[in-house]
Design a binder for this molecule. Structure first.
Ligand SMILES: CC(C)(COP(=O)(O)OP(=O)(O)OC[C@H]1O[C@@H](n2cnc3c(N)ncnc32)[C@H](O)[C@@H]1OP(=O)(O)O)[C@@H](O)C(=O)NCCC(=O)NCCS
Length: 180
């Protein structure tokens, strides 16, 4: 597994829409249409990871705590990028004072289910016929992650900001919580 030397986690903007769409079409059976994606991006809760100026993965989120779409390009997987994206979204939601974030995942998507479990998600329930595009089953798991409240410590904010910037520059594989 090669480490990533140069990467950055940034808020996704509407001008990233084409790159996000390309990744989604390569990685997922369902891609949001342009208007739905635009409506999500303007909620300002989504993130991308760029590796050497290439968008390697994205997490598309709404402002109520729902992770709507999430993928990392195959050649960049298993390097900690997925964890970076989940942590960036979780931190943002904690700052919005949300208590949990949740998503749906196809019941047979074992890689993603194991990934989410590793990130602390648990299965809340099975939603029957959630999808309409799979041949075997269209059932999904609804998975939820309880979020830690953000401490209200304005006097510590300058120090925490410095810490965040330092962590952002560290390599993703060195610490999966390092996104923030
Ligand atoms: C799910 C996905 C986003 C994970 O992204 P990623 O960048 O590879 O994930 P990470 O490298 O951050 O992995 C974090 C942990 O998840 C687990 N994991 C990730 N991929 C795994 C795999 N293929 N097999 C087993 N465990 C895996 C590991 O425990 C890993 O930690 P470790 O490497 O320290 O053991 C990626 O596999 C993907 O894009 N899949 C296709 C799209 C998809 O299914 N999206 C979810 C739709 S609900």
């Amino acid at each position: 597994m090669d480490p990533i030397d140069s990467y950055v986690v940034v808020k996704a903007h509407i001008f990233h829409q084409m790159q996000i769409r390309d990744i989604s079409m390569k990685c997922l059976p369902i891609t949001y249409d342009s208007m739905s994606m635009f409506n999500l991006l303007i909620q300002n809760c989504s993130y991308i990871v760029c590796v050497d100026k290439i968008v390697a993965g994205y997490i598309l989120c709404d402002d109520t705590g729902v992770i709507c779409s999430f993928a990392v390009l195959p050649e960049y997987r298993k390097k900690g990028i997925g964890a970076l994206l989940i942590n960036a979204a979780s931190k943002h939601y904690s700052e919005l004072k949300l208590k949990e974030t949740w998503l749906h995942v196809h019941v047979n998507n074992n890689v993603a289910i194991n990934f989410y479990k590793k990130m602390g998600f648990t299965v809340l329930k099975t939603v029957e016929n959630y999808y309409d595009c799979f041949k075997d089953t269209n059932d999904a798991y609804r998975m939820v992650l309880k979020l830690e409240p953000v401490l209200e410590t304005p006097e510590l904010e300058p120090a925490l900001k410095t810490l965040d910037e330092t962590i952002l520059k560290s390599k993703p594989k060195s610490d999966h919580v390092a996104t923030l």
